[in-house]
Design a protein around this ligand. Structure first.
Ligand SMILES: C[S@@+](CC[C@H](N)C(=O)[O-])C[C@H]1O[C@@H](n2cnc3c(N)ncnc32)[C@H](O)[C@@H]1O
Length: 213
Protein backbone atom coordinates (compact mmCIF):
# COMPACT_ATOMS: atom_id res chain seq x y z
CA UNK A 1 0.00 0.00 0.00
CA UNK A 2 1.43 3.34 -1.07
CA UNK A 3 1.45 5.98 1.66
CA UNK A 4 -0.89 8.82 0.67
CA UNK A 5 -0.26 11.00 3.72
CA UNK A 6 3.33 12.13 4.40
CA UNK A 7 5.03 9.79 6.90
CA UNK A 8 5.95 12.57 9.35
CA UNK A 9 2.37 13.86 9.32
CA UNK A 10 1.01 10.34 9.89
CA UNK A 11 3.43 9.87 12.78
CA UNK A 12 2.27 13.16 14.27
CA UNK A 13 -1.40 12.14 13.91
CA UNK A 14 -0.72 8.78 15.58
CA UNK A 15 1.16 10.42 18.45
CA UNK A 16 -1.79 12.78 18.99
CA UNK A 17 -4.55 10.17 18.79
CA UNK A 18 -5.76 7.73 21.45
CA UNK A 19 -3.30 4.85 21.85
CA UNK A 20 -4.29 1.24 21.14
CA UNK A 21 -4.48 -1.17 24.07
CA UNK A 22 -1.40 -3.22 24.97
CA UNK A 23 -3.03 -6.33 23.43
CA UNK A 24 -3.72 -4.51 20.14
CA UNK A 25 -0.12 -3.34 20.05
CA UNK A 26 1.00 -6.93 20.59
CA UNK A 27 -1.37 -8.13 17.83
CA UNK A 28 0.04 -5.59 15.40
CA UNK A 29 3.63 -6.60 16.22
CA UNK A 30 2.73 -10.30 15.90
CA UNK A 31 1.04 -9.73 12.53
CA UNK A 32 4.02 -7.80 11.17
CA UNK A 33 6.41 -10.54 12.34
CA UNK A 34 4.38 -13.55 11.14
CA UNK A 35 1.96 -12.62 8.34
CA UNK A 36 2.41 -11.80 4.69
CA UNK A 37 0.56 -8.63 3.75
CA UNK A 38 0.68 -7.31 7.30
CA UNK A 39 0.04 -3.84 5.84
CA UNK A 40 -3.61 -4.91 5.50
CA UNK A 41 -4.03 -4.40 9.25
CA UNK A 42 -5.90 -1.14 9.91
CA UNK A 43 -3.52 0.10 12.63
CA UNK A 44 -3.54 2.77 15.32
CA UNK A 45 -5.02 5.84 13.60
CA UNK A 46 -7.85 4.10 11.77
CA UNK A 47 -8.41 1.96 14.86
CA UNK A 48 -8.85 5.10 16.98
CA UNK A 49 -11.29 6.41 14.34
CA UNK A 50 -13.30 3.16 14.42
CA UNK A 51 -13.47 3.25 18.22
CA UNK A 52 -14.82 6.81 18.20
CA UNK A 53 -17.34 5.93 15.48
CA UNK A 54 -18.60 2.95 17.48
CA UNK A 55 -19.01 5.15 20.56
CA UNK A 56 -20.58 8.13 18.73
CA UNK A 57 -23.14 5.98 16.92
CA UNK A 58 -23.97 4.05 20.09
CA UNK A 59 -23.64 0.89 17.98
CA UNK A 60 -24.53 -2.42 19.61
CA UNK A 61 -24.60 -4.65 16.51
CA UNK A 62 -21.63 -4.51 14.15
CA UNK A 63 -20.91 -6.39 10.93
CA UNK A 64 -17.29 -6.63 9.77
CA UNK A 65 -16.40 -7.95 6.33
CA UNK A 66 -12.67 -8.73 6.29
CA UNK A 67 -11.21 -9.62 9.70
CA UNK A 68 -7.62 -10.70 8.85
CA UNK A 69 -5.78 -11.15 12.20
CA UNK A 70 -8.53 -9.34 14.05
CA UNK A 71 -7.12 -5.87 14.71
CA UNK A 72 -10.20 -3.86 13.65
CA UNK A 73 -12.61 -6.39 15.21
CA UNK A 74 -10.83 -6.27 18.58
CA UNK A 75 -10.54 -2.48 18.38
CA UNK A 76 -14.28 -2.11 17.85
CA UNK A 77 -15.05 -4.77 20.47
CA UNK A 78 -13.12 -2.74 23.05
CA UNK A 79 -15.36 0.25 22.26
CA UNK A 80 -18.63 -1.72 22.31
CA UNK A 81 -20.77 -1.70 25.45
CA UNK A 82 -21.37 -4.94 27.35
CA UNK A 83 -23.88 -7.00 25.36
CA UNK A 84 -22.72 -5.53 22.04
CA UNK A 85 -21.74 -7.94 19.26
CA UNK A 86 -19.56 -8.02 16.16
CA UNK A 87 -20.21 -10.55 13.43
CA UNK A 88 -16.87 -10.75 11.66
CA UNK A 89 -16.29 -12.59 8.35
CA UNK A 90 -13.13 -13.91 6.72
CA UNK A 91 -12.11 -16.72 4.39
CA UNK A 92 -8.56 -17.30 5.60
CA UNK A 93 -8.29 -20.08 8.25
CA UNK A 94 -4.68 -19.22 9.23
CA UNK A 95 -5.26 -15.53 9.97
CA UNK A 96 -8.62 -16.39 11.57
CA UNK A 97 -6.82 -18.75 13.98
CA UNK A 98 -4.46 -15.92 14.96
CA UNK A 99 -7.42 -13.58 15.46
CA UNK A 100 -9.20 -16.13 17.66
CA UNK A 101 -6.09 -16.65 19.80
CA UNK A 102 -5.96 -12.90 20.54
CA UNK A 103 -9.74 -12.60 21.10
CA UNK A 104 -9.46 -15.35 23.74
CA UNK A 105 -7.01 -13.18 25.68
CA UNK A 106 -9.33 -10.16 25.81
CA UNK A 107 -12.36 -9.63 28.06
CA UNK A 108 -13.98 -8.11 24.94
CA UNK A 109 -13.27 -11.13 22.72
CA UNK A 110 -16.56 -12.81 23.61
CA UNK A 111 -18.38 -9.98 21.81
CA UNK A 112 -16.90 -11.19 18.49
CA UNK A 113 -18.72 -13.89 16.51
CA UNK A 114 -16.33 -15.24 13.88
CA UNK A 115 -17.73 -16.60 10.60
CA UNK A 116 -15.15 -18.41 8.46
CA UNK A 117 -16.29 -18.47 4.82
CA UNK A 118 -17.08 -16.12 1.94
CA UNK A 119 -18.77 -13.06 3.41
CA UNK A 120 -21.54 -12.96 0.81
CA UNK A 121 -22.52 -16.53 1.71
CA UNK A 122 -22.41 -15.71 5.41
CA UNK A 123 -24.65 -12.69 4.85
CA UNK A 124 -27.09 -14.62 2.66
CA UNK A 125 -27.43 -17.30 5.34
CA UNK A 126 -28.29 -14.85 8.15
CA UNK A 127 -31.89 -14.62 9.34
CA UNK A 128 -33.65 -11.86 7.38
CA UNK A 129 -34.25 -9.88 10.56
CA UNK A 130 -30.57 -9.81 11.61
CA UNK A 131 -29.68 -6.12 11.27
CA UNK A 132 -26.74 -3.93 12.20
CA UNK A 133 -26.01 -0.43 13.52
CA UNK A 134 -22.54 -0.25 11.95
CA UNK A 135 -20.93 -2.08 9.05
CA UNK A 136 -17.18 -2.10 8.30
CA UNK A 137 -16.18 -3.26 4.80
CA UNK A 138 -12.49 -4.17 4.48
CA UNK A 139 -12.24 -7.36 2.37
CA UNK A 140 -11.38 -8.12 -1.28
CA UNK A 141 -11.84 -4.95 -3.32
CA UNK A 142 -13.43 -6.67 -6.34
CA UNK A 143 -16.48 -7.47 -4.19
CA UNK A 144 -16.95 -4.07 -2.49
CA UNK A 145 -20.08 -3.24 -4.47
CA UNK A 146 -21.60 -6.65 -3.72
CA UNK A 147 -20.79 -6.26 -0.01
CA UNK A 148 -22.35 -2.79 -0.05
CA UNK A 149 -25.54 -3.98 -1.71
CA UNK A 150 -25.80 -7.02 0.59
CA UNK A 151 -25.09 -5.09 3.77
CA UNK A 152 -27.04 -1.87 3.22
CA UNK A 153 -30.51 -3.47 3.57
CA UNK A 154 -29.37 -4.91 6.92
CA UNK A 155 -28.15 -1.53 8.19
CA UNK A 156 -30.71 0.31 10.33
CA UNK A 157 -31.92 3.72 9.16
CA UNK A 158 -29.44 6.27 10.51
CA UNK A 159 -26.78 3.55 10.77
CA UNK A 160 -23.19 3.93 9.60
CA UNK A 161 -21.30 1.97 6.96
CA UNK A 162 -17.52 2.43 6.89
CA UNK A 163 -15.50 1.35 3.85
CA UNK A 164 -11.71 1.11 3.95
CA UNK A 165 -9.15 1.58 1.13
CA UNK A 166 -11.42 3.77 -0.99
CA UNK A 167 -8.41 5.63 -2.44
CA UNK A 168 -6.57 2.35 -3.10
CA UNK A 169 -3.10 3.90 -2.97
CA UNK A 170 -4.30 6.63 -5.34
CA UNK A 171 -5.16 4.15 -8.12
CA UNK A 172 -8.71 5.57 -8.24
CA UNK A 173 -7.27 8.48 -10.26
CA UNK A 174 -5.86 6.19 -12.95
CA UNK A 175 -7.56 2.80 -12.66
CA UNK A 176 -5.86 -0.10 -14.44
CA UNK A 177 -6.24 -3.37 -12.48
CA UNK A 178 -9.65 -5.01 -11.82
CA UNK A 179 -9.42 -4.01 -8.15
CA UNK A 180 -8.83 -0.35 -9.16
CA UNK A 181 -11.96 -0.37 -11.33
CA UNK A 182 -13.94 -2.10 -8.58
CA UNK A 183 -13.10 0.60 -6.05
CA UNK A 184 -13.91 3.33 -8.59
CA UNK A 185 -17.29 1.67 -9.28
CA UNK A 186 -17.96 1.41 -5.54
CA UNK A 187 -17.10 5.08 -4.92
CA UNK A 188 -19.27 6.22 -7.85
CA UNK A 189 -22.19 4.07 -6.68
CA UNK A 190 -22.08 5.46 -3.14
CA UNK A 191 -21.89 9.05 -4.38
CA UNK A 192 -24.98 8.55 -6.60
CA UNK A 193 -26.96 6.44 -4.12
CA UNK A 194 -29.98 8.42 -2.88
CA UNK A 195 -30.44 5.99 0.04
CA UNK A 196 -27.34 7.39 1.76
CA UNK A 197 -25.13 10.40 2.35
CA UNK A 198 -21.37 10.04 2.59
CA UNK A 199 -18.01 11.65 3.16
CA UNK A 200 -14.70 10.36 1.86
CA UNK A 201 -11.79 10.92 4.26
CA UNK A 202 -8.09 10.91 3.41
CA UNK A 203 -7.29 8.82 6.48
CA UNK A 204 -4.62 6.20 5.70
CA UNK A 205 -5.67 4.62 2.35
CA UNK A 206 -9.00 6.48 2.26
CA UNK A 207 -12.04 5.80 4.42
CA UNK A 208 -15.62 6.51 3.35
CA UNK A 209 -18.31 7.07 5.95
CA UNK A 210 -21.80 6.32 4.66
CA UNK A 211 -24.91 7.20 6.67
CA UNK A 212 -28.10 5.40 5.69
CA UNK A 213 -31.04 7.82 5.50
C1 LIG B 1 -7.57 -5.82 4.43
S1 LIG B 1 -7.75 -7.37 5.20
C2 LIG B 1 -8.75 -6.99 6.60
C3 LIG B 1 -7.98 -6.21 7.64
C4 LIG B 1 -8.66 -6.15 8.99
N1 LIG B 1 -9.90 -5.41 8.90
C5 LIG B 1 -7.72 -5.55 10.02
O1 LIG B 1 -7.97 -4.48 10.54
O2 LIG B 1 -6.68 -6.15 10.28
C6 LIG B 1 -8.84 -8.19 4.09
C7 LIG B 1 -9.33 -9.55 4.55
O3 LIG B 1 -10.44 -9.92 3.69
C8 LIG B 1 -10.47 -11.31 3.63
N2 LIG B 1 -11.29 -11.74 2.51
C9 LIG B 1 -10.97 -11.85 1.19
N3 LIG B 1 -11.99 -12.34 0.48
C10 LIG B 1 -13.01 -12.54 1.36
C11 LIG B 1 -14.35 -13.04 1.23
N4 LIG B 1 -14.84 -13.42 0.06
N5 LIG B 1 -15.10 -13.10 2.35
C12 LIG B 1 -14.62 -12.74 3.56
N6 LIG B 1 -13.36 -12.25 3.73
C13 LIG B 1 -12.57 -12.16 2.65
C14 LIG B 1 -8.99 -11.70 3.49
O4 LIG B 1 -8.79 -13.05 3.86
C15 LIG B 1 -8.32 -10.68 4.43
O5 LIG B 1 -8.07 -11.24 5.69
Amino acid sequence: MKRLVRETIEDYCREHSASPSALLQELEAYTIAHCAQSQMLTGAIEGALLRILVQLTGAHRILEIGMFTGYSALTMAEALPEGGTILSCDVNPETTAIARSFFERSPHGRKIEVHLGPALETLAALPTDRNFDLVFIDADKESYLNYYEAALPRLRAGGLLVADNVLWSGAVLKPERPSDHAIVAFNDRVKRDTRVENVMLTVRDGVTLVRKR
